[in-house]
Design a protein around this ligand. Structure first.
Ligand code: SAM
Length: 195
């Protein structure tokens, strides 16, 4: 595990919109794994050696499978606002034996702050928590390599179809093109490509 050690403090105030860290325990359970298997969701978009950004990873529901899929030559940057999430990912990565493939990164509320370029970015059930979506999506567009993919997925429960369409329109302004709209359980999703 590299780049930084996750801290136990919460120096950056986290807005009311952000899913509290204790709530993310409920996001990893047998039922979700059965209905929305993380490996099956992301496997089609990855190859060995890829560099991946999992932004808003929570406790690593996708980060750990992503790390397994990219292999020893790949890297997953798990970038979250909340140190509790990063600490949980660290523990789970060690348990899964993939800690060397995961780079933990603490974001600021207004900036992801990742300088490396990635082949694949994932923003799963988190964009609705970001106050300035245009700024956030512009930053994702700057992080994804030309030819790289971005899977944007929002929950149907909190995010209306209209709100999702507005987020997609914003992403398109930053140069992304729609490649597919994969069906994902209780979600609305779009696979975007940077030309
Ligand atoms: C609802 S959880 C989703 C977790 C995970 N992607 C999943 O599908 O299980 C949303 C996560 O996004 C993080 N988050 C919210 N706003 C963020 C931001 N601006 N930058 C980085 N992470 C953010 C929260 O801290 C939380 O871990």
């Amino acid at each position: 595990m590299n780049e930084r050690k996750p801290e136990s403090s919460t120096q950056t105030p986290v807005s009311m919109q952000v899913c509290p860290w204790w709530c993310c325990f409920t996001f990893d359970n047998f039922l979700r794994r059965w209905l929305q298997n993380p490996t099956r969701v992301v496997r089609p978009y990855l190859k060995t050696g890829d560099k991946v950004l999992d932004v808003g990873p929570g406790m690593g529901y996708f980060s750990i499978p992503l790390a397994k899929l990219v292999g020893d030559s790949g890297r997953v940057i798990a970038a979250d606002l909340q140190p509790q999430m990063l600490n949980a990912i660290q523990r789970r990565a060690i348990k899964a034996g993939v800690e060397k493939r995961i780079q933990l990164h603490r974001c600021r509320p207004d900036q992801i702050g990742v300088s490396e370029k990635v082949d694949f970015a994932l923003a799963f059930w988190m964009v609705h928590e970001v106050p300035d979506k245009a700024r956030f999506l512009a930053e994702i567009a700057s992080i994804v390599k030309p030819g790289g993919l971005f899977l944007l997925c929002e929950p149907k429960v909190h995010v209306t179809g209209q709100a999702f369409a507005a987020t997609l329109q914003t992403a398109l302004k930053f140069g992304f093109k729609v490649v597919a709209k994969p069906p994902i359980f209780i979600s609305q999703a779009v696979l975007l490509k940077k030309p």
